[in-house]
Design a protein around this ligand. Structure first.
Ligand code: GAR
Length: 202
């Protein structure tokens, strides 16, 4: 089984969906297993959720590093190496990673983003999809490359934007799609299959 580390910064609902999908009781043949949950924020709610599932959970607080990203990432790498991680899933990890870190993990690091990339890279994606008058919205899982919210697309899930939609309503719909999409993509990716997964809200 491929050894997976999940990097979070907050709630960790995507992390929970990934952990649930890799639970041997749910999927005995799953090609991946979680070995570490890492947060840059010691207060992230996801840390306790991971620990409750019996997955090692650790915070590497970025604050003491004060802008020394290389030193922060060296601490991340040390924890990842200690856990024997082979793949990284970014799941609401809100720190930008340096090109050097990304290069080290190139081809082995996934991210989930709450928009239909290449539309709406960055933050406030639900507001921006509404402001732009988009007909649909959704989420994307992609391989991480040096460019922010770029890299080969491994899966997308779409939902139509409805009259009366608000950022909160859209966020809730997209979140449910994220929880379906990310586990499907990880399962394929860990088995060496990079064919994109395409889902539609039902
Ligand atoms: C998710 O919607 C994820 O797509 C987004 O943060 C949320 C984390 O929620 N990621 C980004 O915006 C990355 N730039 P979670 O902690 O409940 O999984």
């Amino acid at each position: 089984r491929r050894r997976v580390a999940i990097l979070i910064s907050g709630t960790g609902s995507n992390m929970e969906a990934l952990l649930a999908s890799m639970d041997p009781a749910a999927d005995p043949e799953h090609p991946a297993t979680p070995v570490l949950v890492l947060s840059n924020d010691p207060r992230a709610a996801g840390l306790a959720k991971a620990a409750a599932r019996g997955v090692p959970a650790l915070a590497v607080d970025h604050k003491p590093y004060r802008g020394d990203r290389a030193a922060f990432e060296a601490a991340l790498d040390a924890a990842l190496e200690e856990a024997g991680a082979e793949l990284i899933c970014l799941a609401g990890f809100m720190r930008i990673l340096t090109p050097a870190f990304v290069a080290r993990w190139q081809g082995r690091m996934l991210n989930i983003h709450p928009s239909l990339l290449p539309r709406h890279k960055g933050l406030r994606t639900h507001e921006r999809a509404l402001e732009a008058g988009d007909a649909e919205h959704g989420c994307t899982v992609h391989e991480v490359t040096a460019e922010l919210d770029d890299g080969p697309i491994l899966g997308q899930a779409r939902t139509p934007i409805l009259p009366g939609d608000t950022p909160d309503l859209l966020a809730a719909r997209v979140r449910r799609l994220e929880h379906r999409l990310y586990p499907l993509v990880l399962r394929r990716f860990a088995a060496g299959d990079r064919t994109p997964v395409m889902l539609q809200d039902d």
